[in-house]
Ligand binder design. Sequence first.
Ligand SMILES: *[C@@H]1O[C@H](CO)[C@@H](O)[C@H](O)[C@H]1NC(C)=O
Length: 137
Amino acid sequence: MGPWLSNLLILAACCYECRGEDSVIQPPGDVITTEGEQITLDCQFDADDTRNLYLFWYKHEVNGFPKFMLGRFSFGSKNATEFKDRFHAHLDADSKSVPLMIQRLQLSDSAWYYCALRPTVTTGYTASLQKLFVCVI
Ligand SMILES: *[C@@H]1O[C@H](CO)[C@@H](O)[C@H](O)[C@H]1NC(C)=O
């Protein structure tokens, strides 16, 4: 394991946090996987009102900006063009989860992934975020 990778893993371990009343909970730690595999990243959230949910998945590449991937809402959805084919997210209001599945992993999928919840009860954008690092080797 190269020093840059261990640094990333240490960074990933430190990024696990959870704040706020409506919040998202992703399991801590990192995912190390190989090309061609399929993974599912879990995202549990907590929200008082499960009738008006807005869940978003983002990809944040090392040295890049966070990119919107998929949005799953109580009513409707949104998909960024780049993430239409191999990426799937399903919002389950009963189990309060919105897992993200990535199929046929490519090296370029190595990145931080995080889900965010936008509560509708408050004004503005008050999502809590956690990141999960996926390393495709
Ligand atoms: C986004 O993708 C999902 C799954 O492929 C599809 O069911 C949904 O209709 C798409 N949403 C939009 C707005 O195109």
